[in-house]
Design a protein around this ligand. Structure first.
Ligand code: ZN
Length: 233
């Protein structure tokens, strides 16, 4: 397979400095997962390209990194903080070519910093932390995977409290499910069970059978894991 066939170039404008730049995206037929984990992490065979490597856009001029989920609004004073903490320290680099795992990891870390400084929605920050955890999972680095799952969990909890998932790709049921599933993966079984129950008993549950069925299954798994843990103590 010719690697370049798998990609197309996308023209973007930096939402911070407004300069145009180009970045790559993976064509969907080159990124078909053979399996999807219970937290929606897609798994790709060797030779496939992981689109999550290209989820974050990094402006080569100023170093501001963002996903398509970022809003273009910046709270007052955040622009100055971003200038001091990101753009003044930036050495011009191009993330617009085929990325290796190190560049993909770095792009996410830049976007998590940029998004935090700009006070991006918790639901958006959670999605970045979750995808970064998935990249570490694909590298079998469970310590870093857990670290970023923990950050994603905290951000989804904040998002639920503030309802800031409104207007993003996440519904309330999906946010509740992710709190349950990330808690389970981090060994917080009682919390996992209570959040899966919130999905199952939700007022919108009857129209969303797919996620409700997943919550039922993961509720059962978390109960079993909680039980196993009690036996071992
Ligand atoms: Zn820029």
């Amino acid at each position: 397979m010719q690697p370049l066939e798998a990609f197309y170039e996308k023209k973007l404008t930096c939402i911070y400095c407004t300069k145009p730049f180009k970045t790559l995206r993976v064509r969907s037929r080159f990124s078909i997962p053979y399996q999807i984990d219970s937290d929606f992490c897609p798994n790709f065979r060797a030779g496939n390209y992981n689109p999550h490597f290209y989820f974050v856009n990094v402006c080569p001029e100023c170093g501001f990194a963002f996903s398509e989920e970022f809003s273009d609004r910046f709270p007052i004073s955040s622009k100055e903080i971003i200038r001091v903490q990101i753009t003044e320290n930036w050495t011009k680099r191009d993330f617009g070519q085929v990325r290796d795992i190190q560049q993909a990891l770095e792009a996410y870390k830049l976007a998590i910093l940029a998004g935090s400084l700009k006070k991006e929605k918790n639901a958006v920050l959670a999605g970045l932390c979750l995808r970064l955890a998935w990249l570490y999972r694909s590298e079998n680095n469970s310590e870093q995977e857990k670290r970023f799952m923990g950050m994603a969990l905290k951000a989804y909890e904040e998002s639920f409290v503030l309802s800031d998932f409104t207007g993003t790709s996440m519904s309330e049921l999906q946010v509740l499910f992710m709190i349950g599933e990330l808690s389970r993966r981090l060994g917080q079984y009682a919390k996992a069970v209570s959040y899966f129950a919130k999905v199952i008993q939700h007022k919108d549950a009857k129209d969303k059978q797919k996620i409700v069925n997943m919550a039922r299954e993961q509720w059962r798994v978390a109960k079993e894991e909680k039980h196993q843990e009690t036996i071992q103590e």
